[in-house]
Design a protein around this ligand. Structure first.
Ligand code: ATP
Ligand code: MG
Length: 602
């Protein structure tokens, strides 16, 4: 099959284009990939690839493959169906929660459809390698992944079955990991460059992976689900990873003592600020929401089945960002994975009578904060990084209808830790001093992690080092969403008539349309198709005999191949029309020069 391209003839190609937008498709890429006959839905978040789609998918895969090979990574292929045990050893069988597809074989043994493969790669290297001399090593695969996403969305962008290129690096020391990480980073930038996808690498949190350092490769587009921020000076980060510029501690030796004031009917920040200005006016100016400390009660269902209550205190003019809390709470709970965090419900508050809604403040000491657990545990009290020693606050007095004024951090109350809990706002300073932040949205196309030794430790991957001692291997893990890339390309390369593929990934180079009825027209179109192929180009040939020119051109624009060559009325004058799908510019070119013209104008 190789080296002998066979034109896709629309008279026989397995393809039905659709005139109307499918009702259940929300974003343009999803609509167009369905309408142009690239994919069909098999189940929610699960898609079948049709011939045209498969050609694009394979081209994307090959670009990824070539760039991975170029950094010396070696391709392997794991099964998607895996036994539970390795995932139990790393605790991900539980930590993955509802996102994992779990199943059983006929003997009742537990299996899963892999959402990602750190465990298997680690065990494979452990199985075969035993010395530092075997390292560094990078392995990868391009393979189906399964995640039972809560909201499968936007077609291929968030599927429940999708293709990922995942690679894993193995090094004996930190310097080796850094080199492997940088090699992957470079390969990713080249992959997206070749795909023609604009990419912004942003600092990310390690999330469920654990580990020390991580970056996401975001394609900036309004329908993206990731919010990130950037500064004019070049800082870029996922909002979950943005760190707050921490103010200096304040000397509180002369600060007046805190006093409790009756503030009936002030359960919200607005009512509290109004009451404060009335009942205890400030020496200069007015109290604002920024002077208050708001205490938000959150609940977390731990993988152990317990429910942990956490109170987070932050300046009253800031909103809580649960995703930022989720990304950063792990260290405080001493669990490796990502957990869901929600606002505590009425039931949680009822079980903890010390939590008086609307009047909660620091200094809570509750028992039985882990609900449902027999043992009682202290409540976890975390503060926003802006709450530094010496800052003075108006906050709840933990009594109904009462607030305390001038409560000084570090003097009147302490905390168990700090957490990035507040929403990042446009205008906030970038942590590296490179200017104010602005918000944008993007799609996560790739993600790289310097994992470190977490997986190697959990699965006991050790090799003999230079001194003949057993040393834990340090790892990186790196993913590219291959099917997601097809969707992102469609999302950013289309107009109202259809898709406009970049030439590196288009299902063909030229779409030849025979317009009209004459035998000469079809003869010339067939000959041009053969000539284009002989010149090494891939061709779609619309040879359908009884289809109107309007339908044919409509399909050509919908399918979105870079060049459309129409053979029609001009043939009597010896010319064909060659149109650039992206620019819309059309030119009449002599038949004999058509192939060369296309080669020159690619
Ligand atoms: P997201 O935040 O979008 O859910 P993730 O952080 O869970 O993604 P990773 O575990 O980092 O994803 O996976 C590596 C890459 O795989 C992602 O950068 C993305 O391109 C792709 N990917 C992840 N989940 C999906 C999905 N449900 N459908 C399609 N591609 C996905
Ligand atoms: Mg990710």
């Amino acid at each position: 099959m190789e080296n002998s391209p066979v034109a896709l003839r629309l008279s026989t190609l397995f393809l039905r284009t659709l005139r109307e937008d499918p009702v259940d498709a929300e974003v343009d890429s999803h609509k167009l990939l369905l309408r142009a006959g690239y994919i069909r839905r098999a189940a929610p978040g699960i898609y079948t690839w049709l011939p045209l789609g498969l050609r694009v998918l394979r081209k994307v895969e090959n670009i990824v493959r070539e760039e991975m090979n170029a950094i010396g990574a070696q391709e392997v292929q794991f099964p998607a169906l895996l036994p539970k045990e390795p995932y139990e050893q790393t605790n991900r069988w539980l930590e993955y929660g509802d996102g994992l597809f779990r199943l059983q074989d006929r003997k009742g043994a537990d299996y899963l459809l892999a959402p990602t493969h750190e465990e298997m790669f680690t065990l494979l290297v452990k199985d075969l390698y035993s010395s530092y001399k075997d390292l560094p090593l990078s392995l990868y695969q391009i393979q189906n992944k399964y995640r039972d996403e809560a909201r499968p969305r936007a077609g291929l962008l968030r599927g429940r079955e999708f293709i990922m290129k995942d690679s894993y690096s193995f090094d004996i020391d930190d310097a080796g990991l850094e080199a492997s990480y940088q090699a992957h980073r470079g390969a990713y930038l080249r992959i997206f460059e070749r795909l023609g996808l604009e990419i912004i690498p942003v600092a990310a949190t390690a999330g469920a992976m654990g580990g020390s350092r991580s970056e996401e490769f975001l394609h900036p587009v309004a329908i993206g689900e990731d919010t990130f921020v950037r500064s004019a000076g070049g800082y870029a980060a996922n909002v979950e990873a943005v760190t707050t510029v921490v103010p200096e501690d304040i000397d509180f030796s002369n600060a007046p003592a805190a006093r409790v004031i009756d503030t009936p009917d002030t359960p919200t920040i607005d009512t509290l600020v109004a009451a404060a200005n009335q009942l205890a006016p400030r020496a200069e100016g007015e109290w604002t929401a920024a002077d208050t400390l708001k205490n938000v009660v959150l609940a977390i269902d731990l993988p152990t089945g317990e429910r942990q209550i956490v109170v987070v205190a932050l300046p009253g003019d800031r909103e809580v960002d649960l995703k930022r809390i989720e990304a950063n709470i792990g260290v405080h709970l001493a669990i490796g994975g990502e957990v869901g965090v929600e606002a505590a419900g009425e039931a949680d508050l009822k079980k903890n009578p010390g939590l008086i809604k609307g009047y909660i403040g620091p200094g809570l000491s509750l028992d039985a904060a882990v609900l449902g657990a027999e043992a009682s545990t202290k409540l976890l009290f975390l503060v926003d990084p802006r709450v530094v020693s010496g800052t003075s606050w108006i906050t709840g007095a933990n009594e109904d209808g009462k607030h305390v004024f001038g409560l000084v951090a570090g003097r009147d109350f302490t905390w168990d830790g700090t957490i990035e809990a507040a929403q990042v706002r446009a205008g906030d300073p970038a942590p590296d001093g490179s200017g104010p932040l602005e918000a944008a949205r993007g799609i996560e196309m790739g993600h790289i992690f310097a994992l470190g030794r977490k997986y190697a430790e959990a699965l006991d991957l050790k090799v003999l080092d230079q001194n003949g001692k057993l040393a834990v291997v340090t790892m990186g893990s790196y993913g590219v969403g291959v099917t997601r890339a097809v969707a992102a390309l469609a999302e950013s390369n289309h107009d109202d008539k259809g898709l406009i593929w970049p030439s590196n990934v288009a299902p063909a180079d030229v779409h030849v349309v025979a317009v009209g009825r004459g035998e000469e027209i079809f003869g010339a179109a067939a000959q041009l198709t053969a000539d284009l192929e002989a010149a090494g180009l891939e061709v779609i040939y619309d040879d359908r005999p009884k289809v109107s020119p309007g339908v044919k051109f409509g399909d050509a624009e919908l399918i979105g191949v870079p060049t459309i060559l129409a053979v029609g009325r001009g043939l009597v004058d010896g010319v064909v029309e060659i149109k650039n799908r992206a620019t819309g510019v059309a030119e009449n070119v002599a038949v004999a020069e058509a192939v060369q013209y296309i080669l020159d104008n690619r």
